[in-house]
Every structure is written in structure tokens, then in C-alpha cells.
Design a protein around this ligand. Structure first.
Ligand code: PGA
Length: 253
């Protein structure tokens, strides 16, 4: 099953990095996103929540989408320190990452919590980018596919029409380590995710983009992004520099 017809998405996850000065990096990303690139690939930047409004204003008309890195399942209320999907939408976001492995590990987020957040994103008309991926131990014990399928089963909404959901496969052991799976390992997992999506959503499952994430850099973008059923990338460290982030997107030019 190939999904080459899907419009690819290159998404930057800034994590807890950046301040007001980072608007310069964001402006450079916008500047480099010329009409030729824009015709080939969608760009998304997920800054820390403190910068979402600023970036949202700068992004108007640029074609670069803004996203959150997490959201609460509720629309408002007594949840100190949390951000609602509705608030991200109000800031100009159109996407939100949910279930990133750092949230799952640092904040004890279960598949059920991630699913509730994905539904909250939809309620606010944001597209959730739902992250899944195995740990090193799970891969070494041969359980990577089972782990990913279990996460998908518990974390994804029950319904999808295609464009209202993005899945990101991010092996935990590849995040921030400089290590990446081989193209054939990526292909095996992405094919399994595609099969899961088609099984769950029917034809709509063919229209859901599946991103690869974990140590994506300009230098390995070709190897990773040319794999079947890889419809883009979720980029951490390399999204903090405009040249690196754009260098990854260049694969699609
Ligand atoms: P990395 O992070 O590109 O720095 O490995 C990816 C991610 O966590 O989304």
C-alpha cells in the first residue's frame, strides 16, 4: 500500500525551547518556504505555548501552520498550568501534537488520556498529531509492532475522515539520540500502521498521513522520507534552525 498521493507534512516540535527572539527563526522558515516548496509540502511549527500567539500572527498568509505540543481534554476550567485545544485554536493553531513519548513518560499519559486529547483537538477543530512508538527494550524483544498497534488501538479516535488525523511513528530510542531505524524497519512499522488505519477507518485510513519522527536531519531525510507510507516527518532538534528544518522539507521539492 503506498500513499505517495498524500500531501506530505513536515512538522517541527520545538519542545521547551525558544523565546521571543526565536521569532527570527520562525521568520526565516517562512521566508524559505517559497511557492515551489509550498506546492509540494505542508510545513507546521509547534512552538511552546508562550509563543503560539506571536507565531500565529506572523504566520498569517505564509502557508506555515502553527500547532500546540499538547492540550488538555477539557475545553476550560480548573486545570492549573494546562492549555485547552480551544485556546490553541484561538492563538491561531490548526494542529496539536498529542501523546508524544515525553508526555507519556514524564506525565504518565495513558492511551486513554491521549485519545481524550485527540478528541478534544477535534472538538476545537484542530488536527491531532497522535504519536506512537516503542522503547529500545520493546524493539530488542521483538515487540515493536505489537506495542505500536496497542498504542494505536487505545490512542486514536474511533472515527476519522482522513484529513482530520495525523499519526506520527516515533521510536522512543531514536528521539534526540542521533540513532534512527533502518529504512526497512521504518517501512515495516509504517506499513503496519497503514494496515491498522485502513482496518479501522476503511478508505479514510488511506488518506491519513503517517509521519516518521526521531533524529530526522537534512542528511538522513532522503533515506527516511523515501520509504513507502512515510508521508512526512516530525522533527525535534533540527526544527530549531531554519536551515535544518527547511533542509528536511527540501526533500519534497
Ligand atoms: P528529535 O525529536 O528530532 O530531536 O529526535 C523528535 C521528536 O521528539 O518529535
Amino acid at each position: 500500500m503506498t500513499s505517495a498521493r498524500l500531501r506530505p507534512l513536515v512538522a517541527g516540535n520545538w519542545k521547551m525551547n525558544g523565546n521571543k527572539m526565536s521569532a527570527r527563526v520562525f521568520a526565516a522558515i517562512i521566508q524559505g518556504y517559497d511557492s515551489a516548496l509550498r506546492a509540494k509540502v505542508e510545513l507546521l511549527v509547534c512552538p511552546p505555548a508562550t509563543l503560539a500567539v506571536t507565531f500565529g500572527v506572523v504566520a498569517v498568509g505564509s502557508g506555515v501552520a502553527i500547532g500546540g505540543q499538547d492540550c488538555h481534554a477539557a475545553a476550560s476550567g480548573a486545570h492549573t498550568g494546562d492549555v485547552a485545544a480551544e485556546q490553541l485554536a484561538d492563538a491561531g493553531a490548526t494542529y496539536v501534537i498529542v501523546g508524544h513519548s515525553e508526555r507519556r513518560a514524564d506525565h504518565g499519559e495513558t492511551d486513554a488520556i491521549v485519545q481524550a486529547k485527540a478528541l478534544a483537538a477535534r472538538r476545537a477543530l484542530l488536527t491531532p498529531v497522535v504519536c506512537v512508538g516503542e522503547t529500545r527494550a520493546e524493539r530488542e524483544s521483538g515487540n515493536a509492532l505489537d506495542v505500536v498497534r496497542t498504542q494505536l488501538a487505545g490512542s486514536l479516535p474511533e472515527t476519522a475522515d482522513g484529513g482530520d488525523l495525523v499519526v506520527a511513528y516515533e521510536p522512543v530510542w531514536a528521539i534526540g539520540t542521533g540513532l534512527t531505524p533502518t529504512p526497512s524497519q521504518v517501512g515495516e512499522v509504517h506499513a503496519a500502521i497503514r494496515a491498522f488505519l485502513v482496518d479501522r477507518y476503511g478508505d479514510a485510513g488511506k488518506a491519513i498521513r503517517i509521519l516518521y519522527g526521531g533524529s530526522v536531519k537534512p542528511g538522513n531525510a532522503f533515506d527516511l522520507l523515501s520509504v513507502s507510507d512515510v508521508d512526512g516527518a516530525l522533527v525535534g532538534g533540527a526544527s530549531l534552525e531554519a536551515t535544518d528544518f527547511l533542509g528536511i522539507a527540501e526533500y519534497y521539492r
